[in-house]
Design a protein around this ligand. Structure first.
Ligand code: FPP
Length: 232
């Protein structure tokens, strides 16, 4: 029997700071190693037949970190976006950003728009959550719906979903969080309604092929009822 593979994997890439500390390095070195892990995991996803990978790169709460860490992370994101164009196009990867883009510098916003445009025909989708918070996304979607509809208009789940940042992206099937934390931390609150969760104590920079395989294996054994109880 062929193994059940998630169509969409979402990841809370946690533990970069602890990884850096354990190796006597600065926190940013942990984030740099985390960016390399992202490349490896994206490759593993494509090999396995996953079609969408969404990663939590910077939350609305992350702005409260030290100036040095915030500016280091922004520079890392900017250089990732500038340096990856060729590779993403060559590998047919569509790059997308979700989150409150207006919080980002105009330069970074322009780099993102450029990469999204250049990769728009890719077959595999990499979604990067930047200045993202699930509650914030829901509020922004509600405001967009309000501004686009006549007073008294009806609303249902499908219509509301079309106002979210993830409008054309299917909900995640498998959500992985590394580093032993057992929380959703405001990530994909609406979209993760029926996702299967996989938690591992491994720190994100150490997350590799073996751990990814274990997550896929665990997923393949889960029975997903989506609230229903199918007849035996
Ligand atoms: C959480 O670890 C990680 C982050 C807040 C940043 C994640 C960002 C990257 C992996 C950068 C690369 C991303 C792209 C798209 C190039 P933490 O710092 O909270 O770790 P800790 O809990 O151990 O301190």
């Amino acid at each position: 029997m062929t193994r059940k593979v998630p169509r969409h994997v979402a990841v809370i890439m946690d533990g970069n700071g602890r990884w850096a500390k354990a190796g006597g390095k600065v926190r940013l070195a942990g984030h740099r190693a985390g960016a390399d892990t992202l490349d490896r995991v994206m490759h593993l996803c494509r090999e396995a037949g996953v079609e969408y990978l969404t990663v939590y790169a910077f939350s609305t709460e992350n702005w409260k970190r030290s100036k040095t860490e915030v500016s280091g992370l922004m520079k890392l994101l900017s250089s990732y976006i500038r340096n990856k164009e060729k590779e993403l196009v060559a590998n047919s990867v569509r790059f997308r950003v979700i989150g409150r883009r207006s919080d980002l510098s105009e330069k970074l916003q322009a780099e993102i728009a450029n990469l999204e445009e250049k990769t728009k025909d890719g077959a595999f989708t990499l979604v990067v959550a930047l200045s993202y918070g699930g509650r914030d996304e829901i509020i922004r979607a509600a405001k967009r719906w309000r501004d686009a509809s006549k007073p008294g208009s009806d609303l249902d789940e499908g219509l509301f979903s079309s106002f979210l940042d993830t409008a054309d992206i299917p909900d995640p099937d498998l959500l992985i969080r590394t580093s032993g934390e057992l929380r959703l931390s405001n990530f994909l609150l609406w979209q993760a309604a029926y996702a299967e969760f996989y938690f591992t104590p491994v720190l994100w920079p150490d997350f590799g092929k073996e751990e990814f395989e274990q997550a896929l294996e665990a997923y393949s054994h889960r029975e997903r009822r989506m609230g229903a109880r199918p007849a035996k």
